[in-house]
Design a protein around this ligand. Sequence first.
Ligand code: UD1
Ligand code: CA
Length: 458
Amino acid sequence: MKDVASIILAAGKGTRMKSKLPKVLHKVGGKAMVECVLDTVKSIGTKKNVVIVGFGSEQVKEALGSKATFVFQKEQNGTGHAVKQALPELGQFDGTIILLCGDTPLVTADTLQALLKEHEDTGAAATVLTAYMDDPTGYGRIVRDEEGRVVRIVEQKDGTSQILAIHEINTGMYAFDSKKLWPCLDQLNTNNAQGELYITDVISILVDAGQRVSAYMTKDSDESLGVNSRAQLAQAQQIIRNRKNQELMANGVTLIDPATTYVEPGVVVGRDTVLQPGTILEGNTIIGENCEIGPQTRLTNVVVGNDDIIHYTYAHDCEVRNGTDIGPYVHLRPNTIIGDKVHIGNFVEVKNSQVGEGTKFPHLSYIGDSDVGGAVNIGCGTITVNYDGKIKHRTKIGDGAFVGCNTNLVAPVSVGDYAYIGAGSTITKDVPAKALAVGRARQIVKEHWVTDDTYKKK
Ligand code: UD1
Ligand code: CA
């Protein structure tokens, strides 16, 4: 196979999005659209990838970092003008150039491979990736001659009613013989409805010069969705979500209601895990086998072991080991590791803490910056007082400790193994192992406080 390089067009503002953010940075499946396209094209082994940036160029460059070479398109004079900008980077390149747009995030590596194969097998100067669309509105139409050969592409805005009746569309993705592409760009003109240099005109220029132009039609037209508006962004989200849901179910995960289950492409879920309605799994989340997640649970970059139950919970950048149950109404914050067989009940927040095996936080607690051992019982309403107004301090609670209800643990402080703390205590000094600490005002009882007189007046 010939060497392959790519050009990705990402300089447009995306006016129809009505956004301050460059269109190609809007996310689909948790990833900027242009990054989806770049990652996909890189996965087929391209030698060089040139991204054309313009509107919001700094933001686009920052989002892609060192993954690509960038070229700046000062004015956005159309897709043909955009491609021209890559000449200094790829003018010497000898091979196949794949051209893509930063707003078609759903294309797959398999389809790009098939496009390349068609291109090489037919020895074409250019091969267009096309699709059949039930509703082709907005796309360029593929015009073929009587023998079925592609002769030109006509944009929606330039099309006669006869042209607009065509359902085969231009996906905006092409393979070009690099040496034949560049000379055509000098022949583009702006004699069209938008007064722009269209890359699509290269097709008729090549045909008129007697060059061979091929086409490959995608099997799944969803892959060609070009996102120009928020409505199409939502459509792309739905397609990518559905792809992931199908993959999960095929691999042995139960989805009670796929329509309300949102799993980003990079997430891993083990067999026999059940995802209840309203489950949102994002980023690098990994879930083990036989868990029950949801309803109404959002996990972002969370590693979950096996046999866990997590419901009505929001957790991010943390880890939950095996056989633990969490929720309802729990917030697990970054750098938290919840051990095996832990129970975390309603209205509990845990931050930057380690929690040992078999420990229980049954209700209404804030545990922050803490190292909690195993088999600890944290009574209802217990709070780690971790912040003195300037810095955060740690709390240490040993194995088997019993912390009574409504305790304040004023950090830095430690509670030894098997120690007891009386309910309502404010603990400011370390508690040794196996000791009992009570830190609250002694109760006073005044007998006969209520006189017969006061009682009778009521
Ligand atoms: C384009 C195609 C159309 C195709 C559709 C597929 C042209 C003339 N039309 O139309 O045939 O059906 O894609 O989705 O090519 N861009 C630049 N610089 C520019 C102009 C655009 O970098 O000067 C970038 C945009 O950021 C975008 C991509 O090129 O990522 C496509 O531009 P867009 O305006 O969305 O083209 P469409 O009207 O969708
Ligand atoms: Ca577009």
